[in-house]
Design a protein. Sequence first.
Lengths: 495, 104
Amino acid sequence: MVMAWELLFLFSPFIVVIAGLIGERVKIAKLREIVAIVMSAFSVYSVYNLYNMIQATQNKILIVTLGGAPPLGACLEIDMLSIYMAFSATLLGLFATVYSYSYMEHDTRLTEYYTLLSALVASIVGVSFAGDFFTFFVFWEMMGITSYVLVAFRKENWGPIEAGFKYMVMGAIGSTLLLLGIALVYGMAGTVNFAQVSMVLKHQPLGIWLSLALIIFIVGFGVKSAIVPMHTWLPDAHPEAPSPISAMLSGILIETALYGLTRVLNILFEPSIFQMAVAVLAVLTMCLANILALLQQDIKRMLAYSSIAQMGYMLIGLSTGSLYGLQGLFLHVFNHSLLKGLAFLSAGSMVHVANTRDIQGLKGIGRAMPITTLTLFIAFLGLGGVPTTNGFISKYILFGSAMGAGLWWLTLLGVLNSAFSMAYYLRVMKTLISEPIEAVKGLKEAPALMLAVTVAMATLIIMFGVWPEPTAYYANEAAKALVTNLDKYIGVIMR
Amino acid sequence: MADEVFFLGTAFVLVSVGLYCATQKNMIRILLGIEMILNAGNLVLVFFASRYSSMGFVDPLGQSLVFMSIVLGGCVISVGLALIVNAYKQFKTTNVRKLRRLRW
């Protein structure tokens, strides 16, 4: 198949920029906002249609080729895992876009903002759809460039510029190392198609070049997914970005990097090869991030460290290499996209109203903004893994899978870290509802549209917490596409 | 064999020099370091593309990847330069060690 209309949503940035330019020229108020919201809703609908198309195929894999047959031409290989990631990305993108309508209304250069936001969503979807390293790298760099610019979007202040520069340097080094890894894989396999590379390299003994490629891939993806020795950009970049962008970055971008790591490691190596390395990284990531999160005075910076800790929990699922572990990983990717998205958006509402990010400066804001505070509490409880929120389900599966793989110390450390993380969530919750200080007394609740988004996300969190069957089922399908159906993934290309 | 040592050795040197440059103080120098690592990747790709030649032509796959990565590298560097211009406006310096107001 060459191209389907369902894939046209990848071009939504062009439509948004054209609408924005027309809106600026003929002075139609809010045209670009409306078009951006419509396009992001259309993206969710298109992903749903693609899901139906995949269900109709025999192997549940859809191949879209561009410019020739797979060895030479670029190709998109869309399986259940790709759809799962794309759905998480477009859903969070829809929430972030609707939220931006109110949050960004006092900013200028909004045409650029909405174009970059929809380009970010489109590139994340592209990364998860890519069927070869070529397409993957193109979308990967697109994701990087849009996020560098979005972090530094409020360039009038020094904070975003400094954070954006740090992020740009580290991200660019990471993606250039990734290119080096791709070059090595190309040298060993003679092709860059995922399926063909997997067929050539998966069962080879681990030589010096393959080990080098493994290290380069872990470092290259690890920079973007903020695994601990390479995490230093994240606590600067995520708080300084506008709140909807923080939600996108923490909620789905670093998970997309983890998706890349999971996909590439699983198609290139047997799980037993990278198991120990990933387990050690998981422990480092969890422990260090949780300790540093406790020391933060800035609410968004604390959430950024909490994101790093959550990456550690997800790495547990990768290190087990089993179907159950990967199910936990992907379930946590979706749940974390809702939880951390909601946490950043609710905290963003408070920052928007109170105009400070200091936790002490927000003391007692719960009396002034009860609904926003309630949604933030739901997000915090979910991040801490309290039952009846969806965070509990995925953490249960993740820690259980480590037990099943014989890594009991990983389970122990994970549970201890999860309990420890409640300390800083509860500290913030207590501050927010204690006796109000003067500065927050006259504040009003956030605008209605922002409230609607946060309430909708909180409802989804509770809903998937008490009724986890659908998300667990699709996470299982996604994990199956990577582990047990890998031969089908290869067979579709090789036919 | 001599070819392999020469090209892969040059790529290794480029990566090392690039990583060294990326730890320097000057922002422009950091960007040049990033560009060097990128070019090491490109060199490795071009070398392997020549190894997979058929009927006297080098493998077009590796070549096309190189062109794409040059374009993408240009995009990243232009974003980086834009950030440097803005950083110079804010901090009045191109010394990256001065960009350390964000801590903890």
